[in-house]
Design a protein around this ligand. Structure first.
Ligand code: SAM
Ligand code: SF4
Length: 328
């Protein structure tokens, strides 16, 4: 088992395959998008597969493909097929905004994808447009239907934003009545590509929980799976569950089992660090697998204890990069 310097197992890689996206969510990037990475700056699929092989050899057994929007990168399905063939990899999960995903669901099922996180911050079409700056809610709902029809586990990610979608907390949670979905409310983080951000989110996990408890006073705490970032609850009688991810409050650092590789191949051992190793440059300098492994192990041995320490170590570099460039 791969352990960090705080004795935490590391077995989960979040790999961002692109920074590009077909939505422009307020909390993630500016209206005009980001300064997109050039193709040469991005890791190639071959480089990603090489890294995955090395990391899986070291003890990673779960990989989440994210971005940007993973499905806007060409040939993603071919890459997923190759990835699924790596021995030792037990799970591939995906995070998607669902805009172009629905027609690909049968193929995802064939590849062996068992769980997908779908981002959905509101059930109201006009509000969806205001938040994402695109009118794509029907496509996202079609993806949710297709995933459920194919028995793929659906986790809904909803970022809670003051003045924007707090009225959606209850309607989104009500989806769990008949649908076997896990709806997880996420504290907004400052990773928005440089727009203004309050020092702390006005809606933290306690306020989200209060809102749920006001509607359902008999909300039951249920056990959280190992390494879970969400605090999980059951509304009695509902088919699905609700959860809260205290992404800004950072309540889960003590059991953090995850690392990230950004679209440009930078290793992050904490969401809040500023990148600890440029794997792309090392690979392009011609390092062999054994030398890359040494660099990786050294980085895992210098992991920050928690997101507060990681943020502190940025020495004034503000936390304002986009989630799309770090693998949310
Ligand atoms: N495009 C895909 C999607 O939206 O599902 C995958 C990438 S997106 C960066 C991954 C997750 O990060 C999404 O669920 C999104 O809601 C979340 N996210 C993005 N910016 C965030 C922020 N500033 N605070 C909290 N969550 C954020
Ligand atoms: Fe795109 Fe996902 Fe960021 Fe929204 S959260 S802009 S869908 S990368």
């Amino acid at each position: 088992m791969l352990l960090d310097n705080h004795n935490r197992p590391i077995n989960y890689l979040r790999l961002a395959v692109t920074d590009r996206c077909n939505l422009r969510c307020h909390y993630c990037m500016p209206e005009h998008g980001l300064q997109w990475l050039s193709r040469a700056d991005l890791l190639s699929y071959e480089e990603m597969l090489r890294l995955c092989r090395i990391l899986i050899g070291l003890g990673i057994n779960k990989v989440r493909i994210t971005g940007g929007e993973p499905f806007v990168r060409k040939d993603l399905m071919k890459f997923l097929t190759e990835l699924s063939r790596i021995e030792g990899l037990q799970q591939i999960n995906l995070t998607t905004n669902g805009v172009v995903t629905a027609p690909l669901v049968p193929e995802l099922k064939k590849i062996g994808i068992r769980s997908v996180n779908l981002s959905l911050d509101t059930l109201d079409r006009e509000r969806f447009f205001q938040i994402t700056r695109r009118d794509e809610l029907p496509q996202v709902m079609a993806t949710m239907d297709a995933l459920l029809q194919h028995d793929i586990v659906v986790k809904i990610n909803a970022v809670v934003m003051d003045g924007q979608n707090t009225d959606d907390i209850v309607p989104l949670a009500k989806m769990t009545k008949d649908l076997p979905v896990d709806v997880r409310f996420i504290e907004e983080m400052p990773f928005n590509g440089g727009d203004h951000f309050n020092a702390r989110p006005l809606w933290d996990y306690t306020r989200i929980l209060d809102t749920l408890r006001q509607e359902w006073p008999d909300l039951e705490k249920i056990p959280d799976p190992p390494f879970s970032t969400s605090m999980n609850y059951q509304i009695p009688g509902h088919a699905g569950t609700v959860g809260i991810i205290a992404a800004w409050s950072r309540t889960f650092c003590g059991t953090c089992n995850r690392i990230r590789v950004t679209p440009q191949g930078v290793l992050k051992t904490c969401l809040y660090d500023h990148g600890v190793l440029n794997l792309r440059d090392l690979m392009r300098e011609g390092l062999c697998d054994a030398a890359l492994t040494d660099h990786l192990l050294l980085a895992f041995n210098h992991r920050h204890k928690n997101g507060w320490d990681a943020e502190e170590a940025r020495r004034g570099v503000p936390v304002e990069e986009s989630m799309a460039t770090i693998g949310g």
